[in-house]
Design a protein. Structure first.
Length: 177
């Protein structure tokens, strides 16, 4: 009787086709520099391809893909932090960060999204992982599987991060909702 389980290559192809756009958004959220973002996206795809030899089906394919992608992105951020001067900020530090756009009264949608993305990129990796997973539509339980946090802790973090991001965004004079 033939083995009907998906092959690692087949799993990778499924993830690449189903979640490719989400992986690109994740890479954009973790890396602002376009060249480094392309490198990160390659790192994510390589990590995914290698990981499917160990995929045992105990979680959904989506959860597995996000876990591997976020781990690859976090490793990338840590490596890049060693060579960059821009430090990552905790939630408390982000609240007190001076806003570079404080004098502007209006910005277009692209600038607003860029400002929000900049705020997200300044979060520490775990906080960034939680909010990006939330923005991709994952529930607290799935995010908990990816991060190793309890679902309750994830929900608390999401609430706190959203509040801080909203305050920081609006303090900068960006009045888009």
């Amino acid at each position: 009787m033939p083995d009907l389980r998906p092959t690692p290559d087949g799993l990778y192809e499924d993830v690449a086709s189903q979640y490719g756009a989400a992986l690109e958004r994740l890479a954009r959220a973790y890396e602002a520099d376009p060249e480094l973002r392309r490198d990160l996206l390659q790192e994510i795809h390589i990590a995914l391809w290698r990981s499917f030899h160990g995929f045992d089906g105990r979680c959904s394919l989506r959860t597995w893909a996000y876990r591997v992608a976020h781990n690859a992105a976090t490793s990338h951020v840590i490596r890049q932090r060693r060579t960059r001067s821009k430090a990552l900020l905790g939630l408390d530090e982000l609240e007190n960060l001076p806003d570079p756009n404080a004098g502007e009264q209006s910005v277009d949608r692209g600038q607003a999204l860029g400002h929000l993305l900049n705020l997200i990129q300044r979060l520490k990796p775990l906080d960034r992982q939680v909010i990006l997973s939330y923005l991709e539509g994952l529930d607290s339980a799935s995010i908990g599987e990816i991060t190793g946090l309890s679902a309750g802790n994830v929900a608390t973090k999401i609430h706190r991060i959203k509040g801080i991001l909203a305050r920081r965004f609006h303090e900068g004079g960006n009045d888009h909702e």
